[in-house]
Write a protein that binds this ligand. Structure first.
Ligand code: NAP
Length: 292
């Protein structure tokens, strides 16, 4: 029976610190505010947006929404981003992607001021993940994986960590962040040979492969810590992850649940980044008790 690495206590601990930082900033006349930019009405964007708004309200982060129609031309979106960049009362920007076909992803994400990039979409933020730089922020989902491991005291130094998936949103940044914690990291992808053997060798396995149940019992062994990033709806209409939970749970030492794992922590990371971005913008140093 595995220990279930639930997101809820991680969220509670993070929110408490974020709320404390927001309260201190407000006393100084600074109101941390997130710009949410959505093109179209995709149901998964809307659902994430609702979660973000709830979380922002809870910790005291303001939200300003910018909604464009699904057929809006690219210059209209660039104009919105330019307005956000120029507005000193907006400290962070969440841009829903993928963008519609008429828009070029790189052009749009490069238009955002990296100092307001609270979700790690600009090249500056991603470079910061590699160099430990202080412009922008790591992608929230990748950081959520690390927050969970950190909260539950998973020691990474010298451990073999395997990441399944190499996207810029999750796989690659998580691999870099695990490396920074002195794990020995292997990254797997769709062309990896002997995936099951490589996964089995890992002490810590982070799975972000966009394939429901893609990691089954043949990839797992006793003693492993498993972080499941995937979110899917199965044939029964229930949420499930990239890991076959029923096969994993009796075998591994610990696993994040889906739902209630990485996804829950992601929005807390986002609001945390907004509060930090507001502090950085106004050159307010963080206090020890406000940091992770
Ligand atoms: P993605 O861009 O589709 O990338 C999937 C990665 O998995 C790719 O690198 C791909 O390899 C690799 N892959 C695919 N099939 C594989 C296989 N059979 N064996 C090994 N590797 C394989 O996905 P993503 O955006 O990183 O998201 C990953 C998962 O996380 C998805 O299920 C998504 O829904 C979920 N997600 C969750 C959150 C959250 O907050 N919890 C946020 C974002 C995403 P190639 O590079 O070779 O194609």
């Amino acid at each position: 029976m595995a220990t279930i690495l639930k997101g809820a206590p991680v969220v509670a601990a993070m929110n408490e610190k974020t709320a404390a930082l927001c309260a201190r900033l407000k006393a100084l006349g600074i109101f941390p505010t997130l710009a949410v930019v959505r093109v179209g009405e995709r149901e998964d964007d809307l659902s994430y947006e609702r979660g973000v708004m709830k979380r922002c309200e809870k910790v005291g982060v303001g939200v300003q929404r910018f909604v464009l129609s699904a057929d809006a031309p690219e210059p209209e979106l660039l104009e919105v981003i330019a307005r956000i960049n120029a507005d000193a009362t907006l400290h962070g920007c969440l841009l829903f992607r993928p963008l519609p076909r008429q828009m070029d992803d790189r052009t749009v994400r490069s238009a955002l001021n990296p100092h307001k990039d609270v979700d790690g979409i600009t090249d500056d933020s991603l470079a910061g993940v590699f160099t430990n730089g202080d412009i922008g922020y790591p992608p929230c989902t990748a950081q959520a994986c690390m927050e969970i491991l950190d909260y539950y005291g998973v020691e990474l130094t010298g451990k073999r960590a395997t990441v399944v998936g190499r996207s810029l949103v999750v796989g690659k940044p998580v691999a870099m962040m695990l490396d920074r914690k002195n794990a020995t990291v292997t990254m797997c992808h769709s062309r990896t040979r002997n995936l099951a053997r490589i996964c089995k060798e890992a002490d810590v396995l982070v799975v972000a492969m966009s394939k429901a149940g893609g990691i089954d019992g043949s990839c797992l062994r006793e003693g492993q810590i498993v972080v499941d990033v995937g979110i899917h709806v199965n044939e029964e209409g229930k949420l499930c992850g990239d890991v076959n939970y029923d096969q994993a749970e009796p075998v591994v030492a610990a696993i994040t649940p889906v739902p209630g794992g990485v996804g829950t922590v992601t929005t807390s990371v986002l609001v945390r980044h907004v509060a930090e971005a507001a502090a950085r913008w106004h050159k307010i140093p963080l206090k020890e008790e406000e940091t992770q």
